[in-house]
Design a protein around this ligand. Structure first.
Ligand SMILES: C[S@@+](CC[C@H](N)C(=O)[O-])C[C@H]1O[C@@H](n2cnc3c(N)ncnc32)[C@H](O)[C@@H]1O
Length: 244
């Protein structure tokens, strides 16, 4: 599995992506192309696709540095975040304890800006647990959930079918699944024989349709700042499913 998510530079990119302010990501002294500002806040927007009611248990797979898991606690009694990266889980656990994380935003070359990530306001971090683990080989005793969130994860897995096969067993009847993917299938993460044969949406319907009803499908843009001048500006396909 790829080690890029252990890299300190990528950790800093994700701390900014999940916890950075608009000004820290897109400083106001630049006339940014329209639409970039609207692509901020992805890790907050994706869990907002769950229904508003309060539920008992949530799971965030590929949780990275934890923002969506923290957001899910606003309407879940407890949320487990699981990620393969030790560095990301360590960062999520630091924030969970209420400690800030100092990091360096890369601007260019040796030029960096010191920033700090903190737990979002109004979040009760005691409702979270973060575990380093593999979404393709989840522990058998994880239990079942009312909500499962997996954003931009499946096209980073060596064998996404293993997770898709496990999902029906993770959700309670009537439970909600939010699955977002930019459909960025790359050989460096997933062997081509494990990619969808056709479109990713048809593949998901085929793999999930017997256990889940697809309740909505749309796009959520996101923006990951790499340097002051280079961004990943991408459209993730976000699907919402209800367990039959
Ligand atoms: C593109 S990032 C998306 C992170 C986060 N969900 C977001 O939307 O910002 C992919 C994440 O999946 C994690 N990941 C990759 N392979 C994994 C696996 N087998 N099990 C769990 N997490 C994995 C990476 O460490 C990384 O945090």
């Amino acid at each position: 599995m790829s080690a890029i998510y252990e890299d300190p530079g990528v950790l800093a990119e994700y701390l900014l992506f999940h916890y950075g302010s608009a000004e820290e990501t897109l400083p106001a002294d630049v006339n940014w192309p329209p639409g970039m500002a609207g692509s901020l806040g992805f890790a907050v927007r994706t869990p907002s696709h769950f229904s508003g009611s309060c539920v008992a248990r949530g799971l965030d797979l590929g949780c990275a540095v934890g923002r969506s898991a923290f957001e899910m606690t606003r309407s879940c009694d407890h949320v487990i975040g699981i990620d393969f990266s030790h560095a990301f889980i360590a960062a999520a656990n630091t924030l969970r304890k209420g400690d800030p994380i100092s990091y360096q935003r890369l601007d260019e070359a040796h030029r960096k800006t010191a920033l700090s990530a903190i737990l979002p306001e109004g979040v009760d971090a005691t409702k979270t647990s973060f575990i380093q683990g593999d979404a393709m080989h989840l522990p058998g005793n994880l239990g079942t959930f009312d909500r499962v969130h997996a954003a931009n994860l499946i096209c980073r897995l060596t064998d996404p079918g293993l997770l898709l096969d496990r999902l029906p067993h993770l959700l309670n009847r009537g439970g909600e699944l939010v699955l977002a993917t930019p459909c960025t299938w790359l050989e460096g993460f997933t062997a081509p024989e494990k990619w969808p044969d056709g479109g990713t949406l048809d593949w998901l319907k085929d793999r999930l349709g017997s256990s889940f009803e697809l309740t909505s499908c749309g796009d959520e843009p996101f923006l990951i700042r790499e340097t002051a001048r280079k961004f990943q500006w991408t459209r993730s396909m976000l699907t919402v499913w209800r367990k039959r």
